[in-house]
Design a protein around this ligand. Sequence first.
Ligand code: UD1
Ligand code: CA
Length: 459
Amino acid sequence: MQERLNVVILAAGQGKRMNSAIPKVLHTLGDLSLLERVVQTTQKLNPNAIFVVCGHARDTVQKQLSHLPVQWVVQEQQLGTGHAVLQALPYLQNDSKTLILFADVPLISVAILKNLIQATPKNGVSLLVSDFPDPSGLGRILRDDNGIFKRIVEEKDANSEELRIHEIFTGMMCLPTGQMQTWLKRLGNENAQGEYYLTEIPIFALADGCAVTTVRLAHFEEAQGINDKQQLARQERYFQKIQAEALLIKGLILRDPARFDLRGELQLGQDVKIDINVILEGKIELGDRVQIGAHTVIRNCKIGHDVVIKENCVLEGSVIGDHCSIGPFARLRPETVLSAEVGVGNFVEIKKSTVGLGSKINHLSYIGDAHIGQEVNIGAGTITCNYDGVNKHKTIIGDHAFIGSDTQLVAPVMIGEWATIAAGATITKDAPPHQLTLCRKQQVVIENWERPQKEEEKK
Ligand code: UD1
Ligand code: CA
């Protein structure tokens, strides 16, 4: 039978070095907070229970992450990592293994955690260790001449020789819960920081004749902790790099993986091309052969096949049909639905509107709360006046209508099929189908009119 697994995630610390009013574990990597990322990874291990030890700003943390399937444990005073695990002890299942994780080490992979759990000796401890190019600030692994693990020494307690060691403790360990209980109760705080260190546990294990194994993590970046904003930024780039590499393997054509950000989930068609500085957020679906130009932001959109999105667009909450052409400099706001073959050009904003097959809105327009039929042509500078200062109203435009440039459509208003609206109109009443509607004064010419002259030119 598979042994039960309990996970304890430590998240009570303030994170002083972040220099922030936001609790450390609520800072985000990609689209998720550090803590949520660790919880998501943990869930893939199918544990029997997940406990999160919170303390600093715990109300904010619990409120913001109340949707997580975890049990919250409070550590009133942050007296150290060992003390934090001690708070969870009463809730743990006796016949389980306990896996201890840190909320500030967010990019640890499921695969390595599985190795760590599996490597746990029957009555002993398994520790996740790694070789860090820069080990500063971290607990070092001390070994004897035969390479057998002796103990972990915290940086603040280490001598100059120990400080030269690059093998570090990642903070993650797995051990039988019953055993952990006896060892946790022996923790003292006689060290440089006056804290109850979790890292004392292996010392007690060895003293009791129990085995301590170390599992080595090859990709040290996975275990990089986040203690300040430099580390946060570095981990964001590492996270983006792994995502980009996975997408390249799936067949995405990315002009520069270092200038691409995915903060959410991407469902990808074949032969999609993405130029530099594109940001994708939330849930994104891209059909086959979609092309996205440089400097574009797309948030929660579903985009069909063969769509071309040119440079500098901002698209949000929209559904875009096959063969559409968008931008450059276009903005689609939530609840916009474009059928196939729609053209949306530069400086066009569309909000909560549907646009039918083959219709074109190519220049400088605002379309809000509108329903536009098929094969409609919206001229440059067309504005739907959808807001009267209190309520929003609808504009409905029939198939094959032609709206001349610089037209204001004062909603609620309907334009019939095949209607033509002459340029410069302010349409306040419904325009009939198949007719030309214009609201325009006659053009007049003043003959023999002379331009005014400057005084000195008159002489
Ligand atoms: C810890 C380890 C160190 C290891 C490093 C890896 C100890 C004593 N040291 O050091 O060996 O190399 O992590 O990243 O364990 N926390 C609480 N309550 C507390 C103190 C901390 O919940 O009282 C939480 C923090 O919120 C954080 C995690 O535990 O998520 C680690 O604490 P932190 O103070 O960052 O430990 P490090 O100094 O990084
Ligand atoms: Ca840390």
